[in-house]
Design a protein around this ligand. Structure first.
Ligand code: COA
Length: 373
C-alpha cells in the first residue's frame, strides 16, 4: 500500500456501512435507503431511531412496543441524581451529558454484548432527563421527576424543560431536528465511537467518547456558537457589515461549511430552514429569521460556503424557548441513535482501528541523566 498522508482523513473510505449515505450521487442523505426528505416529512424520531438500530422501519406493533419501552425507562437511578446535583451549576451542559452517560455506565454496566440494545434504549430514554434534572436542581432547587406522559422524545424534552405540555408546532419542529441530527455516516463523533468500540470496550465508553467529540465547535458545538453570533445583531444590515469584517479577519463563521458538502448544499439545512421560517412566523421572531437569512446570503456570496445543519437549527431552537447552552445536548439526544447503530455495526463487522503515522521528530540521540541536562 502506498504511504500517502491525508490530513484530517478527508475523503478516506475508512470502512463499509449499511447505515447511511452522505452526499452520494443518486442517494443524497439517506438512512438505510430512505431519503432524509421523506423521513422528515413522514416519520417520528422514534421510528427513525428504530430504523437505525434494528435495520428496518418498525411495523405498528413494534413501534408501539418500542415507544412503550422508551417511555418506561425514563427514571434516573438515585445515585445518578446525586452525581448530577454535584456537577457545578456553571458547568457546560455537554459536560453534564458526558458525565451522566459515563455514570450510568458505572451504575448499570453493559456486562455482555447481548445486552447492547437494552443499554441503547435505556440511554436514549434517560439523556433528556439527566440534563433537565441537573438544570432544574441548579436553577430552582427543584428535584424534578424525569418522567412525563409525552410519548415522543421531542415533546418529553420540551415538557420537562418548560414544566408544561409543549405546542404541537414546537414538538413537530424539534422532532424534525432530531431526525436530521440522528445520523450522518462517518462524522467525527461517530468515528470516535467506532474507534472506541473497535477495542471491544463497553457501550457507555464509546458513547462517552462520542459526546466529548461532539462538544467541539467545529462539530456539534457549532449550533451554540451560531446562536451566539446571530444574537449579536439587531438588523440584517448590521449582520452583513459585521460578517464582512469577520471574513476579512479570516474568522470562521459557525454554522457554515462542511467536510462533505462543498460543491452542494447540506440538504438538512433546507429542511430545518423551512421549519425555522415557519416557527418564526408563528412566534413573532421574524427579525431573527431575517438576520439569519442575510448571514446565509453573505457567507455564500463572499466565501461560497453553504449553511450547514447547525445554522438554522440554532434559530429554530431559540424560537422554541430552548436555552442556547442546551443546543448541543439536543444534538446528543438524537445522534445517540446513530452512534449506537454504528457501535452495533462496528462490533459485528469491524476490525481494531489503528492507523499509523509518519515520524518527523528529532533524529536518534543519547539519553542524558536528569542531573546532567
Ligand atoms: N467560515 C469561514 N471560513 C471557513 C469556514 C467557515 N465556517 N469553513 C471553512 N472555511 C474556510 C477555511 O478557513 C479554509 O480557508 P483557507 O483555504 O483560506 O484556509 C477553507 O474554507 C477550507 O476549510 P477547512 O477547515 O480546511 O475545511 P474542512 O473540510 O476541514 O472543515 C469544517 C470543515 C466544518 C470544520 C469547517 O467548514 C468549519 O470550521 N465550519 C464551522 C464550524 C461548523 O459549522 N461546524 C459544523 C459542521 S456540520
Amino acid at each position: 500500500m502506498k504511504n500517502t498522508i491525508i490530513p484530517g482523513l478527508a475523503g478516506v473510505i475508512a470502512d463499509r456501512t449499511t447505515i447511511s449515505t452522505v452526499g452520494k450521487s443518486g442517494l443524497g442523505l439517506s438512512y438505510r435507503g430512505y431519503s432524509i426528505e421523506e423521513l422528515t416529512k413522514e416519520a417520528d424520531f422514534e421510528e427513525v431511531a428504530y430504523l437505525l438500530l434494528y435495520g428496518e422501519l418498525p411495523v405498528k406493533s413494534e413501534l408501539d412496543a418500542f415507544r412503550k419501552r422508551l417511555t418506561s425507562l425514563r427514571g434516573l437511578p438515585v445515585p445518578l441524581k446525586s452525581i448530577l446535583e454535584q456537577i457545578p451549576a456553571g458547568a457546560h451542559p455537554m459536560d453534564v451529558m458526558r458525565t451522566g452517560c459515563s455514570a450510568l455506565g458505572a451504575m448499570e454496566p453493559e456486562t455482555s454484548e447481548a445486552e447492547q440494545l437494552k443499554c441503547v434504549e435505556r440511554l436514549l430514554a434517560t439523556l433528556p432527563g439527566m440534563l433537565l434534572y441537573w438544570h432544574h436542581f441548579h436553577t430552582s432547587g427543584k428535584r424534578i421527576e424525569t418522567v412525563s406522559d409525552e410519548e415522543r422524545l421531542a415533546c418529553h424534552f420540551l415538557n420537562l424543560l418548560h414544566g408544561k405540555s409543549p405546542t404541537k408546532e414546537a414538538c413537530n419542529a424539534v422532532n424534525v431536528s432530531f431526525i436530521i441530527y440522528a445520523e450522518h455516516e462517518f462524522n467525527a463523533s461517530t468515528f470516535s465511537a467506532r474507534v472506541t468500540t473497535s477495542t471491544r470496550t463497553d457501550y457507555h465508553s464509546a458513547i462517552t467518547a462520542a459526546i466529548g467529540t461532539l462538544k467541539g465547535p467545529l462539530h456539534g458545538g457549532a449550533n451554540e456558537e451560531a446562536m451566539k453570533l446571530i444574537d449579536r445583531f439587531s438588523s440584517p444590515d448590521e449582520a452583513e457589515k459585521e460578517i464582512l469584517q469577520m471574513l476579512e479577519r479570516k474568522e470562521r463563521i459557525m454554522g457554515f461549511g462542511h467536510r462533505v458538502y462543498k460543491e452542494q448544499a447540506d440538504p438538512r439545512s433546507d429542511i430545518i430552514k423551512a421549519w425555522s421560517k415557519k416557527i418564526a412566523e408563528d412566534t413573532g421572531h421574524e427579525l431573527l429569521y431575517q438576520v439569519s437569512e442575510r448571514i446565509e446570503e453573505v457567507v455564500l456570496r463572499e466565501k461560497g460556503l453553504f449553511a450547514n445543519v447547525d445554522f438554522y437549527s440554532a434559530s429554530l431552537y431559540h424560537m422554541c424557548g430552548i436555552p442556547t447552552v442546551m443546543f448541543t445536548p439536543l444534538f446528543v439526544f438524537a445522534r445517540a441513535a446513530g452512534w449506537s447503530a454504528h457501535i452495533i455495526e462496528q462490533r459485528a463487522t469491524g476490525r481494531l482501528i489503528r492507523p499509523t503515522a509518519e515520524y518527523i521528530g528529532p533524529k536518534p540521540r543519547k539519553f542524558v541523566p536528569v542531573e546532567k541536562r
